[in-house]
Design a protein around this ligand. Structure first.
Ligand code: 6GU
Length: 226
């Protein structure tokens, strides 16, 4: 899968060199590149923002650099592109959305800063062939920009690519359990630690009882979290 991110802070994506995603890139399961939006400006100050029409606080990202940057990505290939515009006003990102997106050939993340990207950018690319536009938020809180949200999405989607996770059984278990039911407490050795013990049932070898205990605990925890 191809993944591209456009941002004024391409360095934000250096964690993608690490861990499972770094390894997946070395194995060419993922092909990632970050593009600097300022490379698509033409003034001495490399301006990417301006004041909002209609007034109000903050700055809005100008459409021209975005248009040129996105066009440059389109021009490089012929595969369909999922253009993901990160915005707190977008559709909520969930495990379901991650599962839908893992089948994509090319994810292109547009990471806005300030008060967002001029709305005509999303509107324009909705009418371009082979491009689908997704305006997405990762949750009900405000971040300074879309970079961290893009990292969250890239991690959630990448681990669903066959071969990225060492043990595909963990993936099977997750989808089987619909995440919520996965939230049982886990333990490893030693059996005694600072006076605390591991629940007896987990050491019983009775798989039926263990599964029942985990279901009960997950339910208890999700009720606590409500
Ligand atoms: Cl995608 N962007 C920003 N700036 N804030 C957010 C977000 C995105 N998702 C949740 N909060």
């Amino acid at each position: 899968m191809k993944i591209t991110a456009i941002s004024i802070f391409p360095e934000y994506f250096s964690p993608l060199d690490l861990s499972l995603i770094g390894k997946a890139r070395n194995q060419s399961l993922i092909e990632f590149s970050a593009i600097n939006l300022r490379d698509f400006t033409h003034d001495n100050h490399h301006t990417v923002d301006d004041t909002p029409y209609g007034g109000g606080a903050g700055m809005v990202m100008k459409p021209e650099p975005w248009g040129e940057a996105i066009d440059s990505v389109i021009a490089k290939g012929s595969t369909p592109i999922e253009l993901v515009i990160l915005t707190p006003a977008g559709k909520k990102f969930t495990q379901r959305v991650a599962e839908e997106m893992v089948g994509s050939e090319h994810l292109l993340f547009a990471c806005g800063r300030y008060e967002g990207i001029d709305a005509r950018v999303a509107e324009y690319y909705r009418s371009v062939t082979n491009i689908r536009v997704h305006e997405i938020s990762i949750g009900d809180y405000v971040l300074n920009g879309g970079e961290v949200a893009a990292l969250v999405m890239i991690e959630a989607i990448s681990r669903l690519i066959p071969g990225v996770i060492g043990n595909p059984e963990s993936l099977a278990e997750e989808s089987h359990n619909e995440i919520g039911a996965l939230e049982y407490p886990t333990f490893t050795k030693p059996a005694q630690w600072r006076g605390l013990t591991v629940p007896e049932v987990l050491m019983s070898g009775n798989h039926g009882q263990i599964a029942q205990w985990r279901r009960d605990e997950a339910l208890r925890r999700s009720k606590l979290a409500e």
